[in-house]
Design a binder for this molecule. Structure first.
Ligand SMILES: Nc1ncnc2c1ncn2[C@@H]1O[C@H](COP(=O)(O)OP(=O)(O)OP(=O)(O)O)[C@@H](O)[C@H]1O
Ligand SMILES: [Mg+2]
Length: 243
């Protein structure tokens, strides 16, 4: 049976006014992502990658066009609906981790559960500890971010995204602030979570090495998107079009 579509954008446009100029950050993006897929969107700086994730992740509204996620038209959502959508349905991972320095690893994860409405301290702690074990941080739950390496901080951020049990995780340059080897282990972790938990991943990156984890690779350039290939072997081609 065909997999269900989880994300579908149609003629998605986002314009920004800057002085007298209009920037077409997204210039008619059609993208379909099926449930359980791991897709990577490559593109140079300024291509519109973050803008696209902001639309899919419910942070920003499109100028025109549509986005359906899990059958719901999120481009029509009110701010309140978008707020709930962000809290419940979609996990975010960022380049600079965006975890709270004054909170311990488990408390950073617990925050996502509190936002979701959980109140029981013991339950929040237990769930946070469980998820931290899943991302390889057993024994480091009580540490503050400054007591963790960059890769470990990104694991905390992934745990925070994961603990909501989202169908979808969007990641904006998740390896961009890590050395090559650490970046690869983070990509492997995301791939493991994709395979074991069936979570759909949309990852945007400059980093070509991350494409080996992808089922589908797209190329975004000047607000327009193309599918590169279905296989992950033809890296030369990906390299060429990224130049
Ligand atoms: N709030 C804004 N106001 C005006 N222009 C914006 C705004 N946000 C983004 N842009 C412009 O939209 C285009 C796409 O930006 P975006 O941040 O999506 O690029 P990106 O692909 O994520 O780049 P990078 O790889 O550098 O993060 C750029 O030309 C950028 O300058
Ligand atoms: Mg960006």
């Amino acid at each position: 049976m065909d997999k269900k579509l989880l994300v579908k954008t149609k003629d998605l446009r986002r314009e920004f006014e800057f002085g007298n100029t209009k920037i077409h950050a997204l210039d008619g993006v059609d993208l379909e992502v099926k449930e359980g897929e791991f897709i990577v969107i490559l593109g140079p700086s300024g291509a519109g990658k973050t803008t696209l994730l902001n639309m899919i992740g419910g942070i920003d509204h499109p100028t025109s066009g549509s986005i359906e996620v899990d059958g719901e038209p999120i481009h029509e959502f009110s701010n309140k609906q978008l707020n709930d959508y962000r809290k419940e349905k979609v996990g975010w991972v960022f380049q600079f981790f965006n975890i709270v320095d004054s909170l311990r690893a488990w408390e950073n994860v617990g925050l996502a559960l509190e936002f979701k409405g959980l109140k029981d301290h013991k339950e929040i702690k237990a769930k946070s500890f469980d998820i931290l074990e899943k991302v390889g941080l057993k024994g480091k739950e009580m540490r503050f971010p400054s007591q963790l390496s960059g890769g470990e901080q990104q694991r905390v951020a992934i745990a925070r995204a994961l603990v909501k049990k989202p169908k979808l995780i969007v990641a904006d340059e998740p390896t961009g602030n890590l050395d090559y080897i650490t970046g690869q282990t983070i990509a492997e972790l995301m791939q493991k979570l994709n395979r074991q938990e069936g979570i759909t991943f949309i990852v945007v990156s400059h980093d070509i090495s991350i494409t080996k984890f992808a089922e589908c690779i797209y190329h975004l350039r000047m607000g327009k998107i193309d599918k590169v290939q279905n296989s992950i072997s033809d890296l030369q081609y990906t390299k060429k079009i990224q130049e």
